[in-house]
Design a binder for this molecule. Structure first.
Ligand code: FES
Ligand code: FES
Length: 165
């Protein structure tokens, strides 16, 4: 008889999913292969580049080196959970406006890390942005535009808050 693992319950972008997988399966595999959430990218697979970043209870987390078991019971947010094509999240909007991409492969990690930063610190200094993004690698060298995009995102978020007040 084949022993199948008990389904894991993952809460992703506000929806609950039952996924049949071993508890030590990397979260990134389940997001991309089982749930068709391809925002998080497979880069190094070693926790080094940041392309696979998701938020776990709001904290930037490398999904390639995070097991599914660790994510059970936590709020998982992927790029798809931020905004839609028709209603972009201000951080996504800012990255487009600043044209902060060449190949775009790193941008999932940059945007998710920036989102978490701006949730904690709505007006970060350039030095803080650089420090927070320093472990997210961009092989295309668009760091200047990326930092500008995070600054613009802070402005857009402040404008949204002002409009709601
Ligand atoms: S793919 Fe996860 S850190 Fe590089
Ligand atoms: S835009 Fe290509 S890796 Fe960053």
């Amino acid at each position: 008889m084949i022993n199948r693992p008990a389904p894991l319950v993952l809460k992703v972008n506000g929806a609950t999913h039952l996924v049949s997988a071993a508890a030590d399966t990397p979260l990134l595999y389940l997001l991309r292969n089982d749930l068709a959430l391809n925002g998080p990218k497979f880069g190094c697979g070693l926790g080094e580049c940041g392309a696979c970043t998701v938020l776990l209870d709001g904290m930037p987390t490398r999904a390639c080196v995070t097991t599914a078991q660790v994510a059970v019971g936590r709020e998982i947010t992927t790029l798809e959970g931020l905004g839609t094509r028709a209603a972009l999240h201000p951080v996504q909007q800012a990255f487009i406006e600043e044209q902060a991409a060449q190949c775009g492969y790193c941008l999932n990690g940059m945007i998710m890390t920036a989102k978490a930063l701006l949730d904690r610190d709505p007006r970060p200094s350039v030095a803080t942005i650089q420090r927070e993004l320093s472990r997210n690698l961009c092989r295309c060298g668009t760091h200047v535009e990326i930092v500008r995009a995070v600054q613009r995102a802070a402005e857009l978020l402040a404008a949204h808050e002002g409009a709601r007040a």
